[in-house]
Structure formats: structure tokens, C-alpha cells
Design a protein around this ligand. Structure first.
Ligand code: IYR
Length: 222
């Protein structure tokens, strides 16, 4: 008898080839409509929706099923304001000398700058923290595995769930973002991974008219 989870028969769901082709095509076309947005509405979003998208994110695969993440959900205006102030302080430095010229040049088409008013406008900020180790109930430390890959996967699931709810998001990385540990009073085993404002797109919501790479530019077949 091996220690651990009992095994259950996988609840598989399969389709005919034509149905599979149609479903995968529809899913791709729907997912391709997702865009990073920076113009948010302050219209409230039901808390239950946020709970559901967090649970969708937390269903992502993770190394040894350790789920090495914590989702901090901020709706308190005072905390949002504090996060905006601290983020803008860092971003101001980044845009005024810290980012090398080539980086600044690559960002120009996106028309971003150090102002981050969306951090106060979006009804929710989800800050994903990556655990570099676990703290067991008895206070001892436990390992986690592939924490970066696991958190990246959880964030991918999160963005897909947000899109599915008809909401918009921004994958924001104020740099450096260690101020978030202090503002949110996180334990020492957690490091900020991604800051994701979530909400309805504003009535006037502009996004760059970008195109994505073609299949032959991203896939190599063997
Ligand atoms: N963190 C900055 C700069 C920035 C960096 C990248 I790479 C982007 O794709 C977009 C922005 C900011 O949030 O403005």
C-alpha cells in the first residue's frame, strides 16, 4: 500500500473527430478575443464570480500537487490606493531611467507609462503570490516543486476564467514588486508573482490592434 491519494477512475469526456475539430476551433476563436485591457470600469463585480475564477485558477496542475500559490484579492479602496502609490513610485523610476532604451522602444507601441490609475479603478486586484516553500501546520518547512511553472499555469487558467466571465484583466508587473509583501502582510515563504486588476472593460476601452504569430511561426512539427 502506497501512502497518498486514493485513485479514482478518470471522468473522461471525449468527442467524435468532427465534434473535436469544431469545439477546438470555437474555443481558439473565443480565446483569441481575449485582450489585455488598461481601461477598466469601476462597476462592481459579484464576489461569487471572483471566487469561481480563483477556484478555476487553483485547478491548474502543479508540481507534486502542492498548489504553491496564494491569491490575494483586494477590493478595499484604501489598500488599492496604497498599492497604486507604491507601484507608481517604482514605475516612475522604471520609466525614467531604470528600463534600458531597447525595452522602452519595445513598449512604445503599447503606449504605457508610469501612471497606474487602473489600480484604483478596477473593482478587484488579484495578487498572485508564489510559495517558495510550504509552512506545515507544525511550523516545519515543506518542499514545493516547479513553483514558477505552476504559478504560470494557474495565472493562465485565471486569465481564461476571467475572459469566460466576460471580464477584463491586465497582467501587471510593477518592478520591483516586493512592496506587495509588506502592504499585504504576507509570510516570508511567499513572493509576489503577478498583479492582475480585474473588472468590466470601461465603456471606452482601447487596445492596440495587434496581430498574433501564425501557426508556422510558433509550432514546429516532427
Ligand atoms: N511594468 C511596466 C512596464 C511594462 C513592461 C512590459 I514587458 C509590458 O509588456 C508592459 C509594461 C508597466 O506595467 O507599465
Amino acid at each position: 500500500m502506497i501512502d497518498g491519494f486514493p485513485f479514482v477512475s478518470y471522468a473522461k469526456e471525449t468527442f467524435s473527430n468532427p465534434a473535436m475539430i469544431q469545439k477546438s476551433d470555437e474555443f481558439y476563436k473565443w480565446l483569441d478575443k481575449r485582450r489585455t485591457i488598461r481601461d477598466f470600469s469601476d462597476k462592481p463585480v459579484p464576489k461569487e464570480v471572483i471566487e469561481n475564477i480563483i477556484m478555476a485558477a487553483s485547478s491548474a496542475p502543479s508540481g507534486a500537487h502542492k498548489q504553491p500559490w496564494t491569491f490575494c484579492i483586494v477590493s478595499d479602496p484604501a489598500i488599492k490606493k496604497q498599492i497604486r502609490t507604491e507601484a507608481e513610485k517604482e514605475e516612475y523610476e522604471s520609466y525614467n531611467g531604470r528600463m534600458p532604451e531597447e525595452w522602452m522602444k519595445d513598449l512604445r507601441p503599447l503606449q504605457t507609462d508610469w501612471h497606474k490609475e487602473f489600480l484604483e479603478i478596477a473593482p478587484y486586484l488579484i495578487i498572485v503570490f508564489k510559495k517558495s516553500y510550504e509552512i506545515n501546520p507544525d511550523g516545519t518547512k515543506g518542499n514545493v516543486y516547479y513553483a514558477t511553472e505552476s504559478c504560470g499555469l494557474a495565472c493562465g487558467f485565471l486569465l481564461t476564467a476571467i475572459h469566460n466571465a466576460g471580464l477584463g484583466a491586465l497582467t501587471h508587473t510593477p518592478s520591483p514588486m516586493n512592496f506587495l509583501c509588506k502592504v499585504l502582510n504576507r509570510p516570508e515563504n511567499e513572493k509576489p508573482f503577478l498583479l492582475i486588476p480585474v473588472g468590466f472593460p470601461a465603456d471606452e476601452c482601447w487596445v492596440p490592434d495587434l496581430t498574433r504569430k501564425k501557426i508556422e511561426d510558433v509550432a514546429v512539427w516532427y
